[in-house]
Design a protein around this ligand. Structure first.
Ligand code: ASP
Length: 328
């Protein structure tokens, strides 16, 4: 008996230490939110806005945003999957969480079981945009330009498995024109090249495209939402459905994740803070101004967030398999 008590003691002490650390969370140590794409892009923007909105509900904690870009968002996700499960390392990721399991052949983590799902942040439509010198001024003219330039068209994306890749792939399939994919570490750097005319076209979240469309730095042809958007800079853009592409509805969701095994009290604090952030008028105004829809439904609950991501895996998996694209 004595022996048993002796061998259980270190375990009990360790559990007490973890419990105490969880109660203290967030302590003085900074929290780092990893973005699996380059700085300056839409996922980065959402993460930085969220970090700002989380600060107050997390008692003024220091929240840093770091970029771990590459391989269509799987490098950053893997980094967080393998990080200490103490609440100080988090991930903001998008629809890639649902497409990576099918797209990345040797995925080094399991989306289903290597993360704690903290809650969803927003849904963001995409826009089909082109370089400023493109001679087409609307979708119809774009179609004519595509036909006339077959074999010479470059389409930027954030790597195989990214949202821009997925949207671009569906677009090429829908219009029956093959384009050369030009991968970047995020659509932040891809946008610089699109504005400079080094690439011809791109499909990207409105959180990254609204200001450049407004500033006429790129040409815009359509939105991927089922309904037109109300944001002034985007309200005149037709939906893909309107221009004749049936069932083209691509909405990019963003969610917050922690490594599997993060203590329940820490997850509760993070989820409470997320709920407060999603109600922060400043955050809501900023997101809505960029065409994003802040989550205001049950998907802010961890179990519903996970259920939604799993349903998205099932939705995209057959489409990706049919398109036969993979990342090795
Ligand atoms: N919008 C990018 C994508 O295509 C990612 C990013 O740079 O945030 O997935």
């Amino acid at each position: 008996m004595k022996k048993l008590v002796k061998s259980l003691l270190p375990l009990a002490l360790a559990a007490v230490a973890v419990g105490a650390a969880a109660q203290e969370f967030p302590g003085s140590k900074p929290i780092t939110i990893y973005v699996p794409f380059a700085a300056g892009g839409p996922t980065d923007k959402v993460a930085r806005d969220l970090a700002e909105a989380l600060r107050k509900p997390l008692g003024g904690a220091t929240i840093l945003v770091d970029n771990a870009a590459g391989a269509g968002g799987s490098i950053g996700a893997n980094k967080v999957a393998k990080a200490p499960a103490d609440g100080y390392t988090l991930l903001v990721h998008h629809i890639g969480m649902a497409t990576m399991p099918t797209l990345v052949r040797n995925i080094p983590f399991k989306v289903e079981s290597d993360f704690e799902y903290v809650g969803m942040i927003n849904d963001v439509p995409m826009t089909l945009i082109g370089k400023p010198t493109l001679p087409a001024n609307n979708y119809k003219e774009l179609m004519a330009w595509l036909q006339a330039n077959k074999g010479k068209i470059n389409l930027g994306n954030a790597g195989v498995g990214s949202a821009s890749h997925l949207c671009g792939m569906l677009f090429q399939h829908a219009v029956g024109v093959d384009m050369t994919a030009v991968p970047y570490k995020g659509t932040g750097p891809a946008m610089t090249d699109l504005m400079g005319g080094q690439i011809d076209l791109m499909c990207d979240q409105t959180t990254n495209t609204t200001s450049v469309i407004e500033g006429k730095k790129v040409k815009a042809f359509a939105v991927t939402s089922p309904k037109r958007l109300t944001v002034p800079a985007l309200k005149d853009l037709p939906t893909m459905q309107e221009v004749g592409v049936k069932d083209f509805n691509v909405s990019i969701f963003h969610g917050l994740y922690a490594p599997k095994g993060t203590p329940a009290p820490v997850l509760k604090k993070l989820n409470d803070a997320l709920k407060a952030a999603l109600k922060d008028p400043e955050f809501v105004k900023r997101e809505e101004g960029l065409g994003a829809i802040v989550v205001n439904d049950r998907r802010v609950e961890p179990a519903e967030h996970k259920k939604f991501v799993l349903s998205e895996i099932n939705k995209w998996s057959p489409l990706i398999k049919a398109a036969n694209v993979y990342v090795d």
